[in-house]
Write a protein that binds this ligand. Structure first.
Ligand SMILES: Nc1nc2c(c(=O)[nH]1)N[C@@H](CN(C=O)c1ccc(C(=O)N[C@@H](CCC(=O)O)C(=O)O)cc1)CN2
Length: 287
């Protein structure tokens, strides 16, 4: 029998009865829970949950499911999302000179690892910078930035994000700091890959900072952007060993693989509804 799958994510003040209410509702709607993860944050008193469930096609009208869920929403004061994984999000990828993360995301998208529609590729460098990269017909937008044009270009960018129906922005080594206004507009739906193991070595040149400090581990971090540079809720991180004989270029080379993997994992978690923001941090129900 054909079944349709849904992802339910929610957060609320913790109290008894939330899980029972959710699972009873899914059972009563003819649903079958296929995966469930929860986190009870004792510090904030908040509860977080992700449930994947399936329904037979004739039961799987998402508007009906959402409407039926409202009494539970009101009873527990839920912040929630119910969506079908088949509804692909429209994602805009932003890049500067370094294209290794862009190329990696395009490959993972092509092979179906990243369930998304790419609404556009934006760069502050011209198309020729990526002459060896096949964009597969995805629209490219060149928005050069300097101190005099930054806000005007950001307005063009915001207009582009809106007119393309973009639902998520990925900074795939985009090396311009977004303004407070744009960061606020993109709060919770813009992910950046920072080329260090945050909170260490913030800023534009973390590998040179790491080299100067003589660290023995370097890393990469995928995080939501905020107006505070490199301070947003962390989604994914990873590290690798380096040694005294590694020159800055060796750190850059070893870091590239980390950046690719960390950004792709963080993005996949987000696209599969596995990331919930918990104040200045993030709950990640990894698979
Ligand atoms: N509002 C935010 N914008 C951006 C963030 C963020 O966390 N919040 N992350 C950066 C990416 N990034 C590090 O991961 C980073 C990029 C650029 C700079 C920087 O100092 N840029 C200079 C220009 C440098 C240049 O032209 O090469 C600048 O913008 O003046 C620091 C950190 C993306 N945006």
């Amino acid at each position: 029998m054909d079944r349709k799958t849904f992802n339910l994510t929610l957060t609320c003040k913790n109290r008894p009865g939330i899980v029972a209410a959710i699972s009873n509702y899914i059972f009563e709607t003819g649903g079958d829970i296929e995966d469930a993860q929860q986190f009870d944050d004792k510090n904030s008193g908040h509860f977080f949950m992700r449930v994947t469930f399936s329904c037979e096609k004739h039961d799987a009208d998402i508007a009906r499911l959402r409407a039926g869920f409202m009494p539970i929403v009101e009873r527990f004061g839920l912040t929630w999302h119910l969506r079908s994984p088949l509804e692909l999000r429209r994602v805009m990828i932003m890049v500067s000179k370094q294209d290794h993360c862009l190329v990696d995301l395009l490959y993972r998208w092509r092979i179906g690892e990243l369930p998304m529609i790419i609404s556009g590729i934006v760069s502050n460098h011209p198309r020729e910078t990526y002459s060896n990269v096949d964009f597969g017909g995805i629209p490219f937008h060149h928005l050069p930035i300097d101190n005099t044009t930054k806000l005007a270009q950001e307005q063009k960018l915001w207009h582009l994000i809106c007119e393309t129906g973009t639902e998520m922005v990925v900074l795939a080594r985009y090396m311009q700091v977004l303004s407070d206004d744009l960061s606020a507009k993109l709060s919770g739906w813009c992910i950046n890959v920072h080329h260090s193991f945050l909170p260490g070595f913030k800023g534009a040149k973390p590998y040179h900072q790491a080299y100067a400090r003589g660290v023995k581990l370097i890393g990469a971090t995928a995080h939501f952007i905020t107006s505070d540079l490199d301070e947003g809720p962390i989604i994914e991180q990873d590290v690798t060993r380096v040694c005294h004989s590694d020159a800055p270029d060796d750190l850059v080379r070893k870091g590239r693989d980390l950046e690719r993997q960390v950004l792709a994992r963080g993005l996949r978690y987000y696209l599969n509804d596995r990331v919930l923001i918990n104040g200045t941090t993030a709950v990640v129900f990894a698979d």
